[in-house]
Design a protein around this ligand. Structure first.
Ligand SMILES: Cc1cc2nc3c(=O)[nH]c(=O)nc-3n(C[C@H](O)[C@H](O)[C@H](O)COP(=O)(O)OP(=O)(O)OC[C@H]3O[C@@H](n4cnc5c(N)ncnc54)[C@H](O)[C@@H]3O)c2cc1C
Length: 593
């Protein structure tokens, strides 16, 4: 019998595992995918090898790449971008760690309060979450991003609009700024020499980000660095090393037991005192097909926005208000490309190091990705081929020509013009929690883990506020591109690219439209918690979600410790240990990892 079982080792799960293990609890963390223990040997810079959704080393599938990926039904034009493996989807993430806008929390009383999704606020105040933000920012750690050429292009555009520079981590006005990100700043030769094979880009001659431009295919730089000192602080490089070595750096710590290739297929419950109470889980070992059961006092769901509801349904857990799986928000992204005559450095450096914020609307950030992904971004549209099929709705904006995906000579011309003469911006919309955007069980054939998830995103039935927000942000992005000197500006009109996802097991003020209470405990199953993106109450106003997930997961850990184990809270009274602490690195070395 364990104290706590955590299901999933992605953005949220390892936070709970690390925090509770540091306080001496016996924690088992189960992860469906593999642990890439030695990325310098296992990972490449070949984009298809990394990102192919069917066979890449970063995919939603088992460790054995000769076996098929795990399938989810998406009955619309969309791309569901979530990973398995230790680190989960943070293996892909760009490490941008902004805080949510204060207006999405209960108690916000400023003049613009009605600009937000007021029907689905967080059930506590922004000031309540601030110490948890600070705790996570110190732990990862979060730093101001190192700047490159593409960031200077972005800033030029923002200055042309007259936007002020935001100088704090709290955002309450339209503004621009360097990202606060979870990527260690370059040190030594990092960022000063080019060529991946240059020996000066090896640790310890180089530390932190080497500006290689490949954040999205998993960070293994600088070459030879211990895992806990890899530049990008995805959880496989930050929280998981801390969880595994909790006995080395915390006086009362007990290391987490991590089991990979372990797909949880059922959450068990018992009836106690008239209540349904979680009692353990069953998981299937991918390699052998064997099933194991283990019991625990507390079970924490952190399998992501798509798989948590699936596991809930497949376990037959109660769902009296029918909100499990509902409210799947995705920031209704769009993509705006400026084409320049000058060098923009689009493919270099961290994936995104600059942003502009439009509280009540969402965010616009510059993004540079490697060439194959850049191609993908230019061929993904809900408006068909640009200029074909008479798609009149595309001609109504300040961008050049119709919106839509590029094809043929135009695609070739723009691409051959050079990836480093393009400049791309991601539109991150504050989209409303809408019941019809949801996860259910598919009627397609089940896989070895039971009925699969079906993700429905009703792209053309979003609320008027969501659609207006997106349109507003696209127009600002076009102005930024023109202000920066773009010769041509294109709008893609992306279909749902489901990589920022939130709220399918949302916490909320009302029992009528939420799955968990303010502490992350399921309303209808005691001692069962959710602590990943799915528990977020809303789309945060548009900022990237992971920092808020990790702050909320830290708060939930504290509630579990105090409410279920009689412990004391710590976030307001202790100083956090930073994940790059030498004790973590030495602990990993002693474990041979
Ligand atoms: C290209 C890209 C860039 C991104 N950039 C950013 C960024 O810059 N900033 C930001 O904030 N966010 C970013 N994100 C989003 C970020 O990755 C997610 O917010 C974050 O990973 C979500 O954490 P999670 O724990 O909810 O889910 P995940 O990270 O997806 O983790 C869920 C884990 O649970 C495991 N699992 C699933 N089902 C089971 C089961 N039944 N049993 C056991 N294990 C299971 C999965 O294998 C997975 O490891 C990006 C995403 C992508 C794809």
């Amino acid at each position: 019998m364990r104290d706590v079982i955590v299901v999933g080792a992605g953005g949220g799960g390892p936070v709970v595992a690390k925090e509770l293990a540091a306080r001496g609890l016996d924690v088992l963390m189960l992860e469906a995918g593999p642990r890439h223990a030695d990325p310098s040997e296992e990972w490449t810079h070949y984009e298809n090898d990394a990102n192919n959704p069917l066979s890449g080393y970063l995919r939603f599938g088992p460790a054995d790449r000769s076996k098929p990926a795990w399938y989810r039904e998406t009955p619309q034009n969309s791309f569901l971008w979530q990973l398995s493996g230790v680190g989960g989807t943070t293996q892909h993430y760009l490490g941008n760690n902004p805080r949510a806008y204060p207006g999405v929390f209960a108690g916000y009383d400023k003049e613009d309060r009605n600009a937000y999704d007021t029907g689905h606020l967080f059930p506590f105040s922004y000031s309540e979450l601030l110490p948890y933000y600070e705790w996570v920012e110190d732990t990862l750690p979060v730093q101001t991003a190192a700047m490159g050429t593409k960031e200077s292009v972005f800033f030029r555009g923002c200055e042309a609009l007259g936007l002020p520079l935001q100088k704090t981590r709290n955002t309450s006005e339209n503004s621009y700024r360097p990202q606060e990100n979870a990527i260690l700043q370059p040190g030594g030769f990092a960022g000063k020499v080019t060529g991946y094979d240059d020996p000066r880009l090896s640790y310890p001659q180089a530390t932190g980000c080497t500006f290689c431009g490949y954040c999205v295919i998993g960070c293994k730089h600088p070459h030879g660095a211990p895992r806990s000192l890899a530049a990008k602080r995805s959880t496989d490089n930050s929280y998981v090393p801390m969880a595994l070595t909790a006995d080395r750096w915390s006086p009362s710590g007990k290391p987490v037991t991590l089991v990979t290739d372990a797909f949880v297929t059922k959450v068990h419950t018992e009836q106690r005192g008239g209540e349904t109470v979680a009692s353990g889980v069953t998981w299937r070992v991918g390699e052998t097909g064997e099933e194991h059961r283990e019991d625990a006092k507390v079970v924490v769901l952190a399998a992501g926005c798509t798989e948590n509801p699936r596991l809930w349904f497949n376990s037959g857990l109660p769902n009296p208000n029918d909100w499990v799986g509902h409210g799947y928000t995705d920031h209704f992204f769009d993509w705006v490309i400026g084409v320049f005559d000058e060098y923009t450095g689009s493919s270099k450096g961290t994936g995104s190091s600059a942003r502009s914020d439009w509280p009540g609307r969402g965010g616009v950030m510059n993004v540079g990705v490697p060439p194959a992904l850049q191609q993908f971004t230019m061929t993904f549209s809900d408006s068909g081929i640009r200029g074909q099929y008479g798609n009149g709705r595309g001609n109504t904006g300040p961008w050049d020509g119709p919106m839509g995906r590029l094809m043929g000579p135009e695609l070739k011309d723009i691409f051959m013009h050079g990836i480093d003469r393009m400049f791309c911006m991601l539109i991150m919309t504050d989209d409303d929690v809408e019941a019809q955007n949801r996860v259910t069980l598919s009627s397609m054939p089940a896989d070895e883990h039971g009925p699969i998830a079906k993700v429905q995103m009703h792209g053309r039935q979003r609320t008027r506020r969501t659609i207006a927000n997106r349109d507003y942000l696209v127009r600002r992005a076009v102005e930024i591109a023109r202000g920066a000197g773009a010769k041509q500006v294109l709008r893609l009109d992306w279909p749902p690219l489901i990589l920022h996802v939130q709220s399918t097991m949302r916490m909320g003020l009302s029992e009528g439209d939420s799955v968990t209470d303010a502490n992350g405990q399921a309303r209808w199953v005691k001692q069962l918690y959710a602590a990943d993106n799915s528990v977020l109450a809303n789309a945060l106003g548009g900022p990237n979600p992971t920092l808020t997930t990790q702050a909320v997961a830290t708060r939930i850990s504290e509630k579990i410790f105090t409410d279920q184990f009689g412990g004391d809270s710590w976030v307001r009274s202790e100083a956090p240990v930073v994940s790059t602490d030498a004790r973590v690195t030495q602990g990993l070395a002693a474990l041979g990892r």
